[in-house]
Design a protein around this ligand. Structure first.
Ligand code: SF4
Ligand code: SF4
Length: 484
């Protein structure tokens, strides 16, 4: 099936921020500079400028494309292009500084970065070792379809989203209300979804309810008939790939009076979401959950989020027979800085193994086209999304990438109430103001536009006309052999 590419919604340059001036390289001007202005006149990007009335030249790093023209033409050899030392202290091997900066640039401009690595990190494994085999088959990009259906059963409402990703659950408590709101606005703009996480449903999200998934997790914080009725999709969070078997913690300093009110708990007391649901120890119990929410709202699409134990294929088939529409498998690479590293790196099965295992088992059982398989856990870019789909998923869930678009640099202080210097992973009323909702939603809208553009290019270059046609096409992937 092909449909015409829709016009991208509301993409425009996001208001300037300090993030725009951070790049992998820097132009260094030394003391030999005589402010002759040659660099200003030769630079086509207007990256050098001499303010009127001043005998000095300044460089605007956000405009520079490091073509080197100014360096070549400087009569005093006063300019050089050097590696930005910030690269040595930012990010990690999965979220490399290059990936962080390329995400910032996409969020700022809405276009694909040209001169910076935006596909893989340096983890030495997983999606970083998988690449697409691009072919010459020409598919016109006007006819590439990136939409997916979230209910493949005969009954229930059809919910088609324009892009094969939606935002994962991040609760009010783990992130600020402004960030939640920005995610919801971007989800509506792109006809996709975001998810409440397990901390309740802030009233500010109600205008976007058609694009907000209500999550029900083990703590049942903030869950009510009202929040279930609001949703088109309800997600049961059985486990989280970043910390399977451990449940969730919200430390006391993040439980501000506002968070406590929403969760119906006492302020400034640490909260624990147990593992597992103490009402669910079998697929039959899970079916009771599905029946419970459908008794409240019969036309609900139901998702079950599980982690990736070694028998994840059996879990997935059970989820199908219990009546859910989406099985959402969450692998071990995800999680914010609030998830302990020892858990993130050692418990859940890596996503690149779990997806094909589940996909093939559902095919073998003859139900693959009746259930939607969604993958999450360390999806950083649209390349990761496309790779997950080629391995057998229908679509992907993202989380950290959205936070990175808003300036997160993976410092890992998310669990602390005033730890996030950017006002993202905080509920502190003062720090939360650091995130302006209009600015943040524009950056997410732009990121998605850039991803869509890149996805269309990937599909075109592997020779398929739709993202649904890419599903399970492992023949289009190449594994970069082990390096010794
Ligand atoms: S061309 Fe060289 S000397 Fe002239 S203003 Fe630029 S950096 Fe300074
Ligand atoms: S910048 Fe904020 S959201 Fe990002 S890792 Fe640090 S504390 Fe967490």
């Amino acid at each position: 099936m092909t449909t015409e590419l829709k016009i991208y919604p509301k993409v425009k340059i996001a208001p300037h921020s300090i993030l725009d001036s951070i790049n992998t390289k820097v132009i260094v001007r030394n003391e030999n500079c005589i402010a002759c202005g040659t660099c200003e006149s030769v630079c086509i990007n207007k990256a050098h400028t001499r303010p009127r009335g001043y005998n000095t030249v300044i460089t605007l790093p956000e405009k520079c494309e490091f073509c080197g023209k100014c360096v070549e033409n400087c009569p005093m050899n006063a300019l050089s292009i050097e590696r930005n030392m910030l690269m040595d202290v930012m990010g990690d091997s999965r979220w490399t500084p290059e990936l962080i900066i390329s995400t910032w640039k996409q969020a700022s401009t809405g276009s694909s970065p040209t001169s910076i690595e935006c596909e893989v990190g340096r983890s030495g494994g997983g999606f970083d070792r998988l690449h697409f085999k691009f072919r010459d088959r020409a598919v016109k990009k006007e006819y590439v379809d990136t939409s997916i259906e979230l209910n493949k059963r005969e009954s229930g409402p059809r919910i088609r989203i324009d892009v094969p990703w939606y935002g994962g659950g991040m609760s009010y408590g783990s992130i600020s209300k402004n960030v939640m709101l920005a995610r919801a606005i971007a989800a509506k703009e792109w006809n996709t979804f975001t998810c409440t996480g397990e901390g309740g449903y802030p009233e500010e999200l109600v205008p976007y309810k058609d694009h907000v998934i209500t999550q029900i997790a083990t703590g049942l914080f903030g869950v009510s008939e009202e929040t279930i009725k609001r949703a088109r999709i309800v997600e049961f969070k059985y486990a989280q790939g970043a910390k399977p078997g451990l449940g969730g913690h919200l430390l006391a300093d993040k439980v501000t009076p506002d968070v406590a009110k929403m969760r119906e708990v006492v302020p400034y007391r640490s909260l624990f979401s147990p593992f597992p649901f103490h009402s669910v120890y079998s697929i039959e119990d899970h079916k009771k959950h599905v029946d419970w929410v459908r008794a409240i709202k019969p036309e609900l699409v139901v998702s079950a989020k599980v982690s990736t134990p070694s028998d994840v294929d059996m879990v997935a088939i059970g989820v199908y027979y219990a009546g859910a529409n989406i099985v959402h498998i969450d692998g071990g690479y995800g999680g914010t800085g609030a998830a302990p590293n020892i858990a993130k790196k050692n418990i859940a099965m890596p996503l690149e193994y779990a997806i094909p295992k589940v996909h093939r088992f559902l095919e073998h059982e003859g139900v693959r086209d009746e259930i939607v398989l969604i993958a999450s856990g360390g999806i950083r870019s649209v390349y990761d999304i496309a790779k997950a789909i080629a391995l057998g998923a229908d679509g992907a869930v993202i989380g950290t990438a959205e936070l990175v678009a808003l300036g997160c640099r993976r410092c890992g202080n998310c669990e602390s109430g005033r730890g996030c210097p950017l006002g993202i992973a905080t509920t502190d009323p003062e720090l939360s103001c650091e995130i302006d909702v209009d600015w943040a939603s524009q950056r997410l809208i732009n990121l998605f536009a850039s991803w869509k553009e890149q996805l269309v290019e990937i599909l075109r270059k592997v020779g398929v006309e739709s993202v649904e046609e890419l599903r399970g096409r492992t023949d289009l992937l190449r594994y970069e052999g082990a390096k010794i």
